[in-house]
Design a protein around this ligand. Structure first.
Ligand SMILES: [Zn+2]
Length: 395
């Protein structure tokens, strides 16, 4: 197995294997690129290759060390996650340990620590933001570095979603990065490298990850997840180059309900009728921030399909293949709609949902923006409500 657990990303994998063989491993690597394309899978395999005493450029998968790194219980491989803090000392160590092991079992599984604040209660939802706090960085990352190496050849630290370090935490981490203890390797993953301190960026060797090809995702769904080729093909096209996203869609029994919700939301946005719109927004809000993000991504695919259909007509290669009729109807009913404007608005909403904006406010602003765009009016971005006159004209 070893590197074959990683889908594609040959360029990145080759770079790391060469560094291992030539014994020129950097102190710190920044693995950056979109979610679900294999950054974590590569970080784990690199950690395992570094520790395995049997082979140079990959884990042998047979020795006692490899068995430990595979189970994520090696004392010199530390995996760190940002945490959904709600109170000062609120952290469930057992829950964190379980999450890290679960991510070890499938490095392509989506991290769901926000949607499910507690793994033991999958129904619990949350709109909390997660981040690394300074005391967490001191206690979990910096302090263990002052101890002697246990049994490993290296001390390896994997920091997932490293952009979620708040400034204080990032500065503390930077000090460690400036004077790294010998035989230490940091593997940082992020989908937003621009949010890291430039001083941290400059000390990391950067490795860029590309979105996966739909064909790669399709094959993985068939071979690893035993999915039927037709279903695999459709999910692969909907997944925006992210295997994790495809797995999420596959696991999401509510996908169809979500798509209904998207259509209801568009209808309510268009008519600007307060009650149906509020109902939609409440329905979405109570499902938590992560679910809202995934619904917004569905919206994005939907409006991109509209754009494709308008440009190419009947032959358009729609992502939502089963919704061709609804797409055609929308395009027919709203010939003046500013579809590029709609795509821009939803993209902006996806971006804002990643930040700490209030979900209800975001969905309200988006509905106002979409209402304008659907009427072919100018769109300046979010937070531009319709005037009273326009509302009355719509009624
Ligand atoms: Zn080994």
């Amino acid at each position: 197995m070893a590197w074959s657990t990683v889908l594609d990303q040959e360029r990145v994998v080759d770079t790391l294997r060469r560094a291992l063989v030539q014994d020129r491993v950097a102190h710190a690597y920044l693995l950056h690129g979109p979610d679900g394309v294999g950054k974590r899978a590569v970080a784990y395999e690199m950690a395992r290759a570094l520790q395995c005493p049997e082979q140079d450029d990959e884990a042998c998968d047979a020795c006692p060390t490899c068995r430990k790194t595979r189970r994520m219980v090696h004392p010199d491989v530390h995996v760190h996650l940002p945490h959904p803090w709600s109170q000062e000392s609120d952290r469930d160590e057992e829950d964190m340990g379980k999450r890290i092991r679960r991510l070890g079992e499938n490095p392509y599984a989506a991290i769901d620590y926000v949607r499910r604040p507690s793994l033991s209660d999958p129904s619990e939802t949350s709109n909390q933001q997660v981040y690394y706090r300074i005391d967490q960085v001191r206690q979990d990352v910096i302090q263990p570095m002052s101890l002697a190496r246990g049994e490993g050849q290296y001390k390896v630290n994997v920091l997932l979603d490293a952009e979620k370090m708040r400034e204080e935490a990032a500065n503390a981490f930077l000090k460690l990065l400036e004077e790294p203890p010998p035989q230490t390797v940091f593997l940082l993953t992020t989908n937003r490298p621009e949010q890291l301190l430039p001083t941290i960026l400059s000390r990391c060797q950067r490795l860029r990850f590309d979105p996966l090809l739909p064909e790669t995702i399709k094959q993985a769904l068939i071979e690893r997840d035993e999915m039927e080729p037709d279903a695999a093909s459709m999910l692969a096209r909907m997944a925006d180059g992210s295997y994790s996203q495809a797995l999420e869609l596959a696991a999401n029994e509510n996908l169809m309900t979500s798509r209904e919700l998207v259509l209801d939301y568009f209808r309510a946005a268009y008519t600007q009728k307060v009650e149906p719109l509020n109902r939609c927004i409440q329905e979405l809000q109570k499902q938590g921030r992560e679910r809202v993000k995934s619904v917004l991504r569905l919206m994005l695919r939907w409006v991109r399909d509209l754009l494709l259909y308008r440009t190419m007509g009947e032959d358009a290669p729609l992502v939502n293949v089963d919704q061709r009729e609804a797409v055609a109807r929308f395009c027919g009913n709203l010939p003046d709609a500013d579809l590029e404007g709609m795509v821009g608005l939803v993209e902006e909403a996806v971006e804002l949902a990643e930040r700490n904006v209030r979900v209800s406010l975001l969905l309200t602003a988006l509905a106002h923006g979409l209402a304008r765009a659907m009427r072919g009016r100018d769109v300046d971005g979010l937070y531009v409500p319709l005037s009273e006159a326009e509302l009355q004209a719509a009624a």
